[in-house]
Design a protein around this ligand. Sequence first.
Ligand SMILES: [Fe+2]
Length: 303
Amino acid sequence: MYYDASRRTFDCEPTLTDSEVLRFCREGYLHFEGIVPDEINQRTCDYLNGKIPLDPCYMPDGMTEDELARIRDTHEPSSILLEDWFIENVLLNPVLTGALRSLLGRHVGLPVLVSNHRIECPKESQPWHHDADHLFGPEVNFVEVFYFPQDTPDEMGPTEVTPGSHVRTTRRTQEERGVLCSGPAGTIGLHSQCILHRRGESTASGLRHMLKYSYWRTVPPARDWVVEPEFDFRHADYGGHGTARYVAHMFYWLCGKGDDFRIIGGQAWPWKSVNQIGPSYGFGHTEGYLPDWRGNSDDDYAR
Ligand SMILES: [Fe+2]
């Protein structure tokens, strides 16, 4: 692990393989249960509940101790990003950073803003939503992370996501279920900011903190994660009708090959079925089309 405190970036060995990076492109999230030590989870809760003093590792330009104390008590307690113990054990957690390094390249930028989604359980679920300012596209210039510093089983209303909904506008009724990102204290999830999600319904009692923040790309994309010698771009699993073209485009972009990507439509690559008797046509075409990321989107970003 190399941590550059002056630039607030880190570098480390990537841990995700081709198949795992493609899975992120297909599903839009990853989930790591209980990866932060209990002592740090407790300290995080104590910090957020105002039980331990501030101890910033440096004072950001234009800020004061009083300002940091004010920030700590808001719904955006970003002062926690300046605590050495939080940087070392949460922001630079080895399991998390290996995945981030795989998706965001070298010299990953650390978060500058934290949201605390603090709720008193029990509570009904939130409506399904794409977050404000989401932007559909093949680029993975940042990923959002959420951290549960206390045990967050299904009954405590963990984040609920709809796998694969990060590539286009998706609507679901309240009754439809997704995947609950539950886990013991120290569970961290990582997802595309575009994914359809909500706070799940909670039925237990108690205070639930959830810290949410983004890590940032600072270098162009390249396939410098754990390359699988047998990985085959032609036969890889990009998912089903309607989304495979977006997933494949995102994977090619991450490989640094976004400009080479073309599709010809229909049942051609990157779509395939287990029932076909030969490989899909259309792989490797240099002329063709790109998925229309903006056409079906209501994210308010222009082409
Ligand atoms: Fe949200």
